[in-house]
Design a protein around this ligand. Structure first.
Ligand SMILES: [Zn+2]
Length: 202
């Protein structure tokens, strides 16, 4: 569950309480009650603490239940996200072997956080591939598609017919492109957090 920026900017009433978390490390949990919050509960990590935002009227029993729910959700999100740079390199190697006969050999594959309008990019001269951290919250087949896309650029520059022909070997190309287009379209809707143009890449 992403932090609620609106709420973070407000003045939540603190009712700090520490209790051992259920199965997600040893960080402290801080429950903040807010009168502005009516129904929604959210949680995020702040350093080694976990902040859980709940409506002010929630009972202690509900609080306890929701803290457990939110800790589980955060843990699930984080385990999905744990694909580190070295895992990413390994994964790229496997995808290259599987779909491009091992011909695409990236020198480096890493996550970057400064890439908000592109899902991925590559510098063929250096053999470097960068993936936007935003993909970390997306399904694996989407991450794999973007990896394949960038791997394919190591072999074919640009987006001509040769390029797409190469990508046809990855079976979920169409589906992944649809997913990413959907995300980009949602961001352009009125009221989207920031209407950054999310181009497919490059
Ligand atoms: Zn491309």
């Amino acid at each position: 569950m992403p932090a609620d920026p609106l709420h973070r900017a407000g003045k939540p009433q603190r009712s700090a309480s520490s209790q051992p978390p259920s199965g997600s490390g040893t960080s402290a949990i801080e429950v903040r009650r807010s009168t502005r919050r009516r129904r929604t509960v959210s949680a995020y990590r702040e350093g080694d603490r976990t902040i859980v935002l709940i409506p002010a009227r929630m009972s202690k029993a509900e609080e306890k239940r929701w803290v457990t729910v939110m800790l589980d959700r955060l843990a699930a999100q984080e385990s999905r996200r744990k694909l580190g740079d070295s895992d990413l390199g390994e994964r790229a190697g496997r995808l290259s072997a599987q779909f491009f006969g091992g011909r695409a050999r990236p020198a480096s594959v890493r996550w970057v956080t400064n890439q908000n309008t592109r899902w991925g990019s590559c510098t063929p001269a250096e053999g470097s591939i960068r993936l936007s951290h935003r993909l970390q919250a997306m399904p694996e087949y989407v991450v794999d598609y973007v990896l394949c896309h960038e791997l394919a650029h190591l072999l074919v520059p640009g987006h001509g017919p040769d390029f797409w022909k190469l990508l046809e070997s990855y079976p979920r190309t169409e589906r992944a492109r649809g997913y990413l287009e959907g995300v980009a379209a949602a961001e352009r809707l009125p009221g989207a957090a920031d209407a950054a143009e999310a181009s497919e890449e490059e």
